[in-house]
Ligand binder design. Structure first.
Ligand code: 4AD
Ligand code: MG
Length: 477
């Protein structure tokens, strides 16, 4: 007989048909009612067992966390709270879970505690809901690009170049760290390393994606990125996933249009396909907000926020306009910002981004035309000679969720810029070739996947939307 998912059974018409389910005990009460979950849905199925017939031996093995196989008949539920239940005829215990030692008991656990139990936290309602939404978002992303004529492209994980020029990379080496070979100058001799040069884990697949866009037209990457920035914040991971579309013949305007349409479409997808999980997460967020002081509570619930993003146009303003707004803002005048904005050219911190989005516009914002000085070398220089065609998308509760730009397609301008910033031409000879042969206007952006999942689930900490987070001083599991 075929095993059915609990998700299917909960919407089946109950007429006493025999069914088999396999899953884990969420709760067990009155020595009779097992709430079983198999991961197919946030909802449990109630299984009613008569242990007098099945045996007291079995009874002793039933506890939260145990893995069971259950056969019985699907009937209309006698009790409240569910439409159907299983009257159990046969029960197999695949694996017990000792209530004395099993960490995930049916009570409220702190997020900090659950991070230490990342291998088991997925058995809670919150984490299973988050990870199902994460999976649905990943699907929606591939689906969107496929429908819009993009090719999925795999950028290398090990690279020799620092795409973002920020120098925050993890080295990849097979040299013996105790006795590395040295050059005559006493430097480590990477010529003798595995790849014959210094290599690191990629911080972004963009540069390679540009090469592919200049032949396939529209491509995207969806892969891991690694950054050794020592940021212990609720929005930074050392290993995160990024979606990077790159499009030939797209200018900055086209790029912004695509990014907005893309984000709206994937949110619409989860609103349509993850209703139970999002409803649960919405309620969870409400409960969390209740214990916060009034001033810190967000004005919208999770579902409301998601619908708002789908239904409203993002605000688009230049960096220069944003600086004016910030300079004239109350927190700036009263020096409430940790970093007070005193002149054009200042890099925006997350407090500024969140002020613009949450207090000033109360809407997602796309900032564009940033000062060249605070952005990466590859962004296209504007006619004013001091700003570049960069765009960041800022989201409530998150700050920057997307970073992108139109790319510098002019060989001489790019070479000058690289010289200025000390980016070595020998390393990026191939990137310059793209400007030598058949160069064209092109653009792209990077969406931080975990920040997107954070926004979509209302989770406060980025460590709680990736299965096994990697952060400074932490690579457990
Ligand atoms: O703004 P970033 O650094 O842009 C790039 O890497 C470009 N190469 C993208 C492109 O144009 N193809 O990163 C893009 C996004 C950020 O907006 C943020 O959402 C996310 O990646 N991100 C991080 N997410 C989690 N942890 C970190 N340490 C992150 N750093 C960036
Ligand atoms: Mg950025």
């Amino acid at each position: 007989m075929e095993v059915q998912s609990i998700k299917e059974l909960l919407v089946s018409v109950p007429n006493g048909q025999v069914v088999i389910v396999k899953g884990w005990v969420r709760t067990f009460r009155s020595n009779r009612f097992i709430a079983l979950n198999d991961g197919s849905t946030i909802n449990n199925i109630q299984c009613v067992v008569d242990f007098e017939t099945l045996g007291e031996d079995l009874l002793k093995q039933i506890a939260t966390g145990a893995a069971l196989e259950i056969q019985g008949s699907l009937v209309e539920s006698q009790g409240r709270g569910q439409k159907v239940e299983i009257q159990v005829d046969d029960l197999i215990v695949h694996g017990k879970a000792d209530p004395e030692t099993y960490p995930i008991q049916p009570k409220k656990h702190s997020m900090e505690f659950l991070r230490e139990q990342a291998h088991l936290r997925i058995r809670t309602n919150t984490f299973s809901a988050v990870m199902r939404v994460r999976s649905a978002l990943a699907f929606a992303i591939h689906d969107y690009f496929r429908k819009n004529g993009f090719y999925y492209f795999h950028a290398p994980i090990v690279t020799g170049s620092d795409a973002e020029g920020a120098g925050e990379m993890f080295r990849v080496s097979t040299l013996n760290p105790k006795t590395p070979p040295l050059t005559q100058e006493g430097e480590i001799d990477y010529k003798q390393d595995f790849f014959g040069k210094e290599t690191n884990l990629t911080v972004s697949g963009q540069l390679e994606a540009e090469a592919y866009a200049m032949a396939l037209g529209k491509v995207y990457t969806f892969g891991p990125a690694f950054r050794a920035e020592n940021s212990n914040t609720s929005r930074h991971l050392a290993e995160f996933w990024m979606i990077e579309p790159e499009m030939a013949f797209y200018d900055l305007q086209d790029n912004m249009d695509l990014a907005e349409d893309f984000i709206k479409s994937i949110i619409a997808y989860i609103l349509q396909n993850c209703k139970d999980d999002l409803t649960f997460l919405d309620k969870r967020l409400q409960d969390e907000e209740k214990v916060k002081p009034m001033a810190q509570r967000s004005e919208m619930g999770l579902l409301e926020r998601l619908n708002f993003v789908v239904e409203n146009s993002f605000i688009r303003i230049t960096y220069t306009e944003a600086i004016k707004i910030l300079q004239n803002s109350k927190p700036n005048k009263k020096k409430k910002f940790q970093y007070v904005i005193d002149e054009w050219g200042a890099d925006l911190q997350s407090e500024h981004e969140r002020y613009l989005v949450e207090k000033h516009f109360k809407c997602p914002v796309i900032l564009f035309d940033y000062p060249a000085k605070i952005k990466a070398f590859y962004m296209r220089l504007n006619e004013d000679g001091k700003t570049v065609r960069a765009m960041d998308i800022l989201f409530p509760g998150i700050g920057e969720i997307v970073g992108g730009s139109q790319r510098e397609e002019r060989l001489d301008v790019l070479q000058n810029k690289m010289k200025e910033l000390g980016v070595e031409e020998e390393e990026l000879w191939w990137y310059l070739d793209l400007r030598r042969f058949g160069s064209a206007v092109h653009s792209g952006f990077g969406l931080g996947f975990e920040r997107m999942v954070q926004f979509s689930t209302g989770m406060g900490n980025i460590r709680d939307v990736i299965p096994f987070p990697r952060t400074p001083q932490n690579a457990e599991f």
